[in-house]
Design a protein around this ligand. Structure first.
Ligand code: RIB
Length: 313
């Protein structure tokens, strides 16, 4: 097993505008909230930070505008030791922004204005293909154009590099993309949204995962919040129960799970242990506010995993 995985994340970076509210407003309603925070976010950037804090050597491929938000996003990643040489700065376009409500129970509602994230191109990924082809594992999500995700996945697959795809925000995925995916990491809602696009599938996560496997995806991990996660694999399923914790803010918990998982799988850690590590990382992140801000460090995660009962994995 390697000490540190080389993880390449191709994806989004946003600035999160966060308001804590008693509950998310209904259409036409104004809700008075509490404090406002501007934080570093974006699913791709969150995953990159989570992987770096979990100990990986991380490269981020993405795009932001030449504005203050973009510069701030770049600074946040660089401060984590992440290689941002392929984080493009695009003139005359706004950087990605997410408007986030976090309610009293820590649940979030998010609307994203993708800005420069939507201008990332397959050609740009191809120009930086060496970063994909030399990684131990590549991490993707769906906040950049699907053609970008497909190009990165294809390059990785052709180079024999495993692909971890977080299908968020959920959208219809072509079989050609699923055939490049080693591990798909939807949460329950995303899994439902994914299978709703496929008339042949209904019912349990097991059935949905099996159908996605038949379409070419190697394996599927469904994250279940505090219930943990289930990994549907051709070689047999793995389950990991979560810890009961008091959730302060669930924003980015899925990104933390994916980033931590990539850090461990990429260095060759056995899948059962990598799943326990990622589940523990996500459990820690929901106990703190923010997305990137909440990603735990390797020692903290190890302490939780070490204290857990392996029989519960
Ligand atoms: O997954 C959480 C992230 O989704 C936030 O950081 C926000 O930027 C959106 O991309």
């Amino acid at each position: 097993m390697k000490t540190r995985a080389r993880v390449t994340v191709v994806g989004s970076a946003n600035t999160d505008m966060v308001v804590r509210v008693p509950r998310a407003p209904l259409p036409g309603e104004t809700v008075l909230g509490a404090d406002f925070q501007r934080l570093a976010g974006g699913k791709g950037a969150n995953q990159a930070v989570a992987a770096a804090r979990a100990g990986a050597e991380v490269t981020f491929v993405g795009a932001a505008g030449a504005d203050e938000f973009g510069q701030s996003a770049r600074r946040s990643l660089a401060a984590e030791g992440i290689d941002v040489s392929a984080f493009a700065e695009i003139e005359d376009v706004a950087s990605g922004v997410a408007l986030i409500f976090v309610d009293h129970s820590g649940q979030n509602s998010i609307a994203v204005a993708p800005g420069a994230n939507s201008l990332l191109t397959p050609e740009y990924v191809w120009q930086h293909r060496q970063l994909v082809e030399t990684a131990d594992i590549v991490v993707l999500q769906l906040e950049v154009p699907l053609a970008v995700v497909e190009e990165a996945a294809r390059l990785a697959k052709d180079a024999g590099v495993p692909v971890l795809l977080d299908p968020a925000p959920a959208q219809e995925l072509p079989d050609t993309l699923l055939q490049c995916v080693s591990v798909l990491t939807p949460n329950e809602l995303e899994m439902q949204q994914l299978v709703r696009f496929d008339d042949a599938v209904s019912g349990t996560p097991e059935l949905a995962a099996r159908k996605l496997s038949e379409r070419g995806c190697q394996s599927v991990i469904v994250t279940l919040g505090e219930e943990g996660a289930v990994w549907f694999r051709r070689s047999g399923d793995l389950r990991c129960s979560g810890d009961r914790v008091r959730a302060v803010d669930t924003t980015g918990a899925g990104d933390v799970f994916t980033g931590a998982l990539a850090a461990e799988l990429g260095r060759g850690r056995p899948e059962k242990e990598a799943l326990a590590f990622a589940t523990a990382a996500a459990g820690l992140s929901v106990q703190r506010p923010g997305a990137q801000a909440s990603a735990p460090g390797r020692l903290e995660i190890d302490a939780v995993v070490g204290a857990a009962d392996p029989a519960a994995w």
